[in-house]
Ligand binder design. Structure first.
Ligand code: CU
Length: 336
């Protein structure tokens, strides 16, 4: 049940995702928004229409022959046996050969383009981790969304922390696995500003289907603005607001802010309140206690809970921990 509440809470933070099938696409494909789309779609439709043509031709001939050469009287013997027809056999080998070589050529040319990013591409590192995406920008900022400028080549270097994931941006027609222990690369150039869906397309466990986020393609000049602002969330927000953001991103897998216990205790109403530990001692959850809980979670274990929390040392900066404390303070004020 707690798991369910946790996944509902997580799902709540994801309501602003762009739709899976945005308007303006075809029955098979969403609108193409990258430079790779024209080419990929051409190969797709070439193979598609060749398949449709031969499917109809073969089924029609099959039905026609079954009718044309049916037995007219019960037990009627076949009129003759054709074993061999050189011209026919050469034709039905040569035409498919030409077609599959064309498919190979078109596909391979596009594949090589996709493999080799142009010089000067913007580098973004991607870490896939159960069940979220972490994008590291050239200035070191880490975000859960992929933000890029329009009309500029972007190179993604993918790695995974746990199992195999796969980064898929349908509107850009790109997909590449994120594999533990190696780096994979893929690049794209977005043609249209807007929001696009990015998802994991390799089944990676219980919450695989939640492993989705947005690609935001910024109009000229806006990407730099976004990066400056996102790199310093404190510039435009109060400490408590930043704290709320951090808790939503890093802590709600295990904690809640509504008073209900999950894998860990609820964070609502703990600030400067008494907490009972496993050994029976009681402590007050003041600033130092919360800081210690975040950096050295094993130091004091709350009664009735396990040791699932791992340290955020090196992940959260001092200022961010202060922001979380401010937010927890606010949560306790609300409950009074
Ligand atoms: Cu995944």
């Amino acid at each position: 049940m707690n798991q369910l509440i946790a996944s509902l809470l997580l799902a709540q933070t994801r309501t602003d995702l762009p739709p899976v099938a945005p308007e303006g696409g075809t029955f098979w494909l969403p609108p193409g928004a990258s430079t790779a789309a024209g080419h990929t779609d051409a190969v797709f439709y070439f193979i598609y229409w060749v398949s449709v043509f031969f499917f109809l031709l073969i089924v029609a001939l099959m039905v026609y022959f079954a009718w044309r050469y049916r037995a007219r009287t019960p037990g009627q013997a076949a009129s003759g046996q054709v074993t061999h027809h050189t011209v026919l056999e050469l034709t039905w080998s040569a035409i498919p050969l030409v077609l599959v070589v064309a498919m190979f050529y078109l596909g391979f040319r596009g594949y090589m383009d996709m493999q080799n990013p142009p010089r000067g591409a913007l580098d973004v590192r991607v870490l896939a981790k159960k069940w979220d995406w972490f994008f590291t920008y050239p200035n070191g900022h880490i975000d859960n969304e992929l933000h890029v400028p329009v009309d500029a080549p972007v190179r993604l270097t993918l790695e995974s922390n746990d199992v195999i994931h796969s980064l898929f941006i349908p509107a850009f027609r790109i997909k590449r696995d994120a594999v533990p222990g190696r780096y994979n690369k893929i690049w794209f150039q977005a043609r249209q500003p807007g929001d696009y869906l990015l998802m994991c397309s390799e089944f990676c466990g219980t919450r695989h289907s939640d492993m989705q986020t947005r690609v935001v393609v910024h109009p000229p000049g806006e990407y730099e603005k976004w990066l400056t602002e996102a790199s310093d969330p404190f510039r435009t927000r109060t400490l408590a607001e930043v704290g709320a953001m951090l808790v939503a991103r890093r802590c709600l897998q295990c904690h809640t802010v509504d008073g209900r216990a999950n894998i860990g205790p609820s964070l609502k109403g703990i600030y400067e309140h008494e907490v009972e530990l496993v050994d029976g001692t009681k402590v007050i959850a003041d600033d130092d206690y919360i800081r210690e809980s975040v950096l050295y979670p094993q130091a004091k274990i709350v009664r009735g809970f396990g040791r699932e929390m791992s340290s955020f040392k090196g992940i959260l900066k001092d200022k961010e921990i202060t922001a979380i404390i401010e937010y927890l303070k606010e949560l306790s004020n609300d409950s009074r």
